[in-house]
Design a protein around this ligand. Structure first.
Ligand SMILES: [Zn+2]
Length: 443
């Protein structure tokens, strides 16, 4: 049995150290593709607190290890932040930040530099209190480019670094709750061609902007008809950008294109979303081209790893082992948690969405602070997260949460909720079913 009181006490004793560490990395601006200094500072802290290994991979991700046991359990936090937006909306310097008795302010404090800070100290507590054993090894990451292309870093870690943890804790802000999924998303482009001519005689040409006008009306109407899921909510779309080409202000436009931000709920895939747009009558009529964007910006180390701008929906059942372990770790110290979902997207899109490695979310800070001016987080959150992180691997590997009947997601479930219900399978068959069901849901 874990000594929860000792873990809590140790976490509290590191409040000052975690605050200092967080404020240090806030001072190093690190937008996507510019995380070099932040990464170096995190490696330095890992070494200082006694990680067994700490380094940076080719893409620029920080990867640290604590312990030598068998089951690999990862804690992921992305270390890039968005920009500051309009500086006039900030009441303090976003990079200098501020600190009160309870709060820490600055760009990235909630989204999500506090996550890796709590994870580094969670691992330190495991070592300090002798919780490490031959059953598990902990990996703490500080991943890059998440704000630009969520999941890309983990696609690289899994496929190129060949690292496959048993499950991953996503340390993005969860408002004190435990999150087990979120909607997916994708970035769609619709482009229509026209023929330019002199603007004084428009009848000689074929105006691409007028065609897009008709397409836009149908795209807007489509949003209302998209699929709903009881747990994840409704799929949505929003037109986010518009482009044109035209020889001059006195000419008919010969191209018009839009970008669509599409949020995918349970059961929606990039194929189904592209098909819906391609099937719109005006898209067919004007032979508009419907495609998916690709992301290929080089990381700060110069690695280019092109990927489709598709970020699959993911959910794990409420009774999946990582979820139960997280709830148990939390309950040991802080009472009953709420188990819910994120509104935004995380690296889970690649880890669970593309690669079927279960993810469970618990992280310091609040979702509504993300990307907002005057961003802040709470010292108590850092303490609570470090404590829960420290307790989690021991609980997960203790044998007290053995996979039993019904621990596998139901194959072909029509809703995220149904997937969490217990199918009647024999103990021996449970593992097999888990693999199959995981495969089944990506399609
Ligand atoms: Zn984030």
């Amino acid at each position: 049995m874990l000594d929860f009181a000792a873990i809590k006490k140790a976490a509290q004793s590191y409040e000052g150290a975690m605050t200092k560490f967080l404020r240090d990395i806030v001072r190093l601006p690190g937008e996507s593709c510019g995380e070099k200094e932040t990464a170096a500072r995190i490696v330095e802290e890992m070494k200082k607190v006694g990680f067994d290994e700490a380094g940076i991979d080719k893409m620029g991700n920080v990867i640290g290890y604590m312990g030598k046991g068998k089951t690999l359990i990862a804690f992921d936090g992305h270390i890039d932040t968005v920009g500051i937006g309009n500086r006039d909306n900030w009441k303090f310097d976003p990079y200098k930040g501020f600190e009160t008795e309870k709060e820490i302010g600055g760009r990235g404090t909630s989204d999500q530099l506090g996550g890796p800070v709590a994870a580094v100290y969670g691992a330190k507590i495991m070592k300090d209190l002798g919780l490490l054993n031959d059953k598990y090894r902990v990996m703490v990451t500080g991943t890059v480019q998440e704000e630009d292309c969520d999941g890309l870093c983990w696609e690289y870690i899994i496929k190129e670094e060949k690292i496959r943890p048993e499950f991953v804790v996503i340390t993005e802000p969860t408002n004190g709750n435990i999150y087990r999924g979120h909607r997916g998303r994708m970035e769609i482009r619709v482009e229509v061609k026209g023929i330019s001519c002199h603007g004084s005689a428009p009848e000689r040409g074929d105006n691409a902007i007028y065609k897009m006008g008709e397409i836009l009306a149908e795209v807007k109407a489509l949003n209302k008809k998209l699929k709903k899921d009881p747990f994840l909510g409704k799929g949505t779309l929003a037109v986010s950008q518009i482009y044109f080409s035209s020889p001059s202000r006195c000419a008919v436009a010969d191209m018009c294109a839009i970008s669509i931000d599409r949020r995918l709920t349970w059961g929606e895939t990039y194929q189904s979303a592209l098909r819906e747009i391609a099937a719109l009558p005006t898209v067919k009529k004007y032979k508009a081209k419907v495609s998916m964007y690709k992301y290929d910006r080089p990381s700060y180390t110069g690695v280019v790893y092109p990927i489709d701008c598709y970020f699959p929906t993911w959910v794990i059942p409420e009774d999946a082992k990582p979820a139960r372990a997280m709830v148990k770790a939390y309950e040991g110290m802080f009472g009953k948690p709420k188990v819910d979902k994120w509104t935004f997207s995380t690296n889970g899109v690649a880890i669970m969405g593309r690669n079927k490695i279960p993810c469970i979310g618990f992280g310091p800070g609040k979702e509504e602070q993300a990307h907002a001016p005057n961003e802040k987080t709470w010292k108590a959150d850092l303490v609570r997260c470090a404590a829960v992180y420290a307790a989690l691997p021991g609980i997960y590997t203790s044998g007290e949460l053995e996979e039993g009947p019904g621990r596998a997601p139901k194959k072909g479930a029509k809703t995220a909720k149904a997937a969490a219900k217990k199918p009647a399978v024999k103990k021996s068959a449970a593992k097999k079913t888990a693999g199959k069901a995981a495969k089944g849901r990506r399609k």
